[in-house]
Write a protein that binds this ligand. Structure first.
Ligand code: HC1
Ligand code: SF4
Length: 581
């Protein structure tokens, strides 16, 4: 252990610990902007500078390791003066029109300038011109270079976590800027749209395309029937921005709030996650029997960022994607056919809206194949969790005063298997529960596939995915699960080289799955909340009576009244896609 003092307090930490981490352990929170532990510790912003006795210059605390006997001061007049000057320099390059900014209220720079009583800019502001602001209209990810503080977080997250290389540092000296790499326009940059750069940007330089105005217009149109679905992972996070804990911000409370807002029908995407499982488990067993999976596994297809990634980086593996549409898209296609007929409304008079923790879902609903034969879209608009929170505020709704409401009939039931879709390993576990039933005619124990998410690592942690082998009805099934696209890329390469063999693989693009999605609420701290939110979903599943997708009575009715059986012609037409467009 290394012993030192910070602001006079004695601290003992492991050798190699940074000053910032040591201070945190002592309850001292050093301000910072660019630092992201293990991802961006380059000391670029200099906001975390501290004084070390005996050193001539201030040192960045985020990447300076502690030394025995060190005396650190984090709050001296010299430190505050340097931090203030650094803030002013950053502000000279930042368009600080906070009321026009997506991050207002959660911006880390805004908090610092407020804390420093910073009400004017002493330096000449030098911002990118309008010409630099050209962006592809309608792309679901939007960047404003005038807000960028060059902290490099987007570059590092995109490279180190997602291995996409969408962002790059360009030019030198005073002209240094972050932009789309290789001078590409964003729509040509093979961006997966995971949105991880958005949630890790400390200011508002990145955001999703806003679609709430179009949804409001649909709500105001008496000719239109509005149908909204709420994704599994939204229930873990929608209360965060409203200071409501998960047990006070239930999904039924959100359903009540959406009803109050004027949506005609409110559903849970966990219903169509159960439907996805019926199709995907059946497809898996068919492909296994046909010997289709001898070389490469079948991949899950519900994460559109993963699908975009596979199409652009490993197109030879695209035929391995399950042809099942995602739960979002299955929901839309069932609403505009089966449900439309039941309520006696023409599909083109229904506006189908999704509330998702995701940015890529905005692009998924625009894929040309995600329409019926008359060109009617399955899903019309996708709102992120952040957007729905704003709409609640805009509608003068106080969510904790709203009564919980059940989901509408006849697609209101869902199982615990559908709920765990929102966390890494959940789709695989849900599929195996039902595949096992389909093969043996008996339900497996709900814990039977639990160790898929229990941290088992292949080759002593060398490969960043979890794997397991199960015996189902005499067949040995090898499965793997991963999240984050760098991890997925390594898994794809290992498969292509023949280093590993699996029958079924789940990939979600966001670390920890949708719970850690790029559309979830912003926070000022840099705490990664995906794993904690995922535990909320696991806990909900454990306490549900119905934990198997095939037991969902609304799903059973849908098959008996409309689809026949999984992968029937009717099911193929409504619920599957070839991933070609
Ligand atoms: Fe997801 Fe899914 S789990 S992809 O993260 O398969 O967005 O929550 O809705 O479609 O069900 C997202 C979440 C979501 C789909 C489901
Ligand atoms: Fe969207 Fe979920 Fe995929 Fe993230 S993991 S891109 S939130 S579907």
């Amino acid at each position: 252990m290394v012993k030192l003092t910070i602001n006079g307090l004695p601290v003992a930490v492991e050798d190699g610990t940074t000053i910032m981490e040591a201070a945190k352990a002592a309850g001292i929170s050093i301000p910072h902007l660019c630092y992201l532990k293990g991802i961006n510790d380059i000391g670029a912003c200099r906001i975390c500078s501290v004084e070390v006795e005996g050193e001539l210059s201030l040192v960045p605390s985020c990447n300076t390791a502690v030394r025995e006997g060190m005396k650190v001061t984090t709050n001296s007049a010299r430190v505050r003066s340097a931090c203030r000057t650094n803030l002013m320099l950053i502000m000279s390059q930042h368009e600080g029109r906070c009321s026009l900014c997506d991050r207002s209220g959660t911006c880390q720079l805004q908090k610092l300038t407020n804390d420093y009583d910073f009400f004017e800019n002493l330096y000449v502001t030098d911002l990118p011109t309008d010409k630099d602001r050209m962006w592809v209209k309608d792309f679901p990810l939007i960047r404003d270079p005038a807000k960028c503080i060059k902290c490099m977080r987007c570059i590092q997250v995109c490279d180190k976590i997602q291995k996409l290389g969408v962002w790059e540092l360009m030019s030198t000296g005073g002209r240094t800027r972050v932009d789309v790499s290789q001078h590409r326009s964003i729509d040509k940059a093979q961006c997966s749209l995971c949105g991880q750069c958005i949630v890790h940007c400390p200011v508002g330089a990145l955001r999703e395309r806003k679609d709430a105005t179009k949804v409001m217009a649909a709500l105001d149109d008496p000719e239109i029937t509005t149908v909204v679905q709420i994704a599994p992972a939204v229930r873990t996070a929608w209360g965060e921005a409203l200071d409501l804990p998960p047990d006070k911000a239930t999904v039924n409370q959100l359903a009540g709030a959406l009803k109050q807002m004027g949506f005609d029908y409110v559903f849970d995407t966990s219903f169509s996650a159960d439907l996805t499982i019926m199709e995907e488990a059946t497809e898996f067993l068919h492909r296994l029997q046909k010997g289709d999976l001898e070389k490469y596994p079948m991949f899950t297809s519900c994460c559109p960022a993963w699908v975009r990634f596979l199409k652009s980086r490993h197109p030879e593996l695209v035929p391995q994607l399950s042809t099942a549409k995602s739960p979002q898209q299955m929901f839309g296609s069932v609403i505009k056919s089966y449900f439309a007929e039941r309520i006696g409304v023409r599909p083109e008079k229904i506006c189908c809206i999704s509330v998702m923790p995701c940015v890529a879902k905005k692009a998924e609903c625009d894929i040309p194949a995600m329409r019926d034969e008359y060109g009617v879209k399955d899903v019309d608009y996708v709102l992120t969790t952040r957007e729905i929170i704003r709409m609640l505020r805009l509608s003068d709704i106080t969510p904790d005063k709203v009564e919980e409401k059940p989901f509408d009939r006849i697609m209101g039931d869902y199982s615990g298997a559908g709920v765990i879709f929102g966390t890494t390993g959940g789709v695989m576990e849900a599929a195996l529960r039902t595949a096992s039933y389909m093969v043996t005619g008996k339900n497996p124990s709900t814990g039977a596939f639990g160790f898929v998410h229990a941290g088992k690592k292949f080759a002593e942690g060398e490969y960043p995915w979890q794997e397991a082998t199960y015996t189902i009805g005499g067949n040995k099934i090898r499965v793997a699960v991963t999240s984050g696209l760098r991890n997925a890329d390594r898994l794809c390469k290992a498969l292509l080289r023949g280093q590993v063999k699996y029958d079924f693989v789940e990939v979600m693009a966001c670390p920890t799955g949708c719970a850690g999605g790029g559309g979830q609420p912003f926070h000022r701290d840099d705490v990664e909340r995906g794993a904690t939110r995922g535990k909320v979903l696991r806990n909900l599943d454990e306490h549900m009576q119905m934990r198997f997708s095939h037991e969902n009575p609304d799903i059973q009715r849908l098959y008996s009244e409309a689809l026949g059986e999984p992968m029937s012609d009717a099911a193929e037409k409504l619920l599957h896609t070839d991933h070609e467009s």
